[in-house]
Design a binder for this molecule. Structure first.
Ligand SMILES: *[C@@H]1O[C@H](CO)[C@@H](O)[C@H](O)[C@H]1NC(C)=O
Ligand SMILES: *[C@@H]1O[C@H](CO)[C@@H](O)[C@H](O)[C@H]1NC(C)=O
Ligand SMILES: *[C@@H]1O[C@H](CO)[C@@H](O)[C@H](O)[C@H]1NC(C)=O
Length: 249
């Protein structure tokens, strides 16, 4: 008969195992088309949906171009990592939802210089353009600079402290036309140093956490990395216990 201790142990193991399942990562190739339009605008959209849907890691470049107001861009939400560069060009969709993009590695650069480029995201003849580029999770660009040009409707991005995101050792170029359009809302008052990607406290610029523990700026609560480390440690201990348990029963 199993006593309460065994039950307790079993329950703890079960609980730990449920955390140990690693979330599935889909790795995708990405693109190298620059600003080329592939077929009609709708063909182009379908190609992007096929290329990026459900991807968490993009090995090459992430190129988001020719997206308009009528296109559903929720397929971009899964993307967390880009190996090459990110290009956002000639879009008129009001919002490019890349909230989960954490890191751009910059193995290849746009124009040999830029890891992140946003250009011509405004069409004068229809008076529409990208208003919001909420890169709220982006805290690291390992190589290369940034370029923002001719995004007449874009809000708040000129408040971002790029030196906190870029790797200054790689001597990145920072080319930014700093204008926030008239229709833009201001950053939330709680945002550190007034830096945000959009209105509301959820869009404040986040800073890096050293070892998941130490904030590099005062606005950040850095426990995510610590929690992840703790869970990984628990998983490790559970694996050892489980194999020991199986061997002895
Ligand atoms: C993405 O994942 C969902 C749910 O797992 C699935 O239904 C859908 O077909 C996938 N889309 C593509 C393009 O792989
Ligand atoms: C602006 O939009 C119009 C209408 O959709 C289109 O015909 C034109 O090519 C666009 N201009 C640019 C520079 O993309
Ligand atoms: C705060 O913002 C100002 C103006 O944008 C900038 O010069 C300064 O370096 C920022 N300070 C920090 C700690 O990010």
């Amino acid at each position: 008969m199993a006593g309460p201790t065994e039950f307790g142990l079993f329950f703890t193991l079960l609980l730990s195992w449920s955390f140990c399942a690693t979330p599935e990562k889909k790795v995708c190739q990405g693109a190298n088309n620059k600003l080329a339009l592939l077929g009609t605008v709708d063909d182009h959209y379908q190609i992007l949906v096929k290329m990026y849907s459900n991807c968490t890691v993009i090995l090459e470049n992430l190129e988001i171009t020719y997206m308009t107001e009528k296109h559903d861009l929720s397929f971009l939400r899964s993307i967390q990592e880009v190996g090459g560069y990110v290009l956002i060009g000639i879009n008129t969709a009001p919002r490019i939802p890349l909230e989960n993009l954490r890191i751009i590695r910059g193995h290849s650069l746009y124009d040999d210089k830029y890891a992140l480029t946003a250009l011509l995201n405004y069409n004068n003849s229809i008076g529409q353009g990208v208003n919001q580029l909420p890169l709220t999770s982006l805290t690291e660009i390992l190589k290369g600079g940034i370029k923002f040009a001719s995004n007449d409707h874009l809000c708040n991005v000129e408040t971002i402290q790029w030196t906190d995101i870029l790797n200054m050792k790689s001597q990145p170029k920072i080319k930014e036309e700093s204008n926030s359009a008239e229709h833009c809302k201001k950053c939330d008052r709680s945002c550190y140093n007034g830096s945000c990607w959009g209105p509301g406290p959820q869009n404040c610029q986040k800073s890096k956490c050293l070892l998941g523990l130490v904030p590099t700026k005062q606005n950040q609560f850095c426990l995510v990395g610590t929690a992840a480390t703790l869970i990984m440690f628990l998983c490790f201990v559970t694996r050892i216990y489980t194999s020991f348990w199986i061997q002895t029963t």
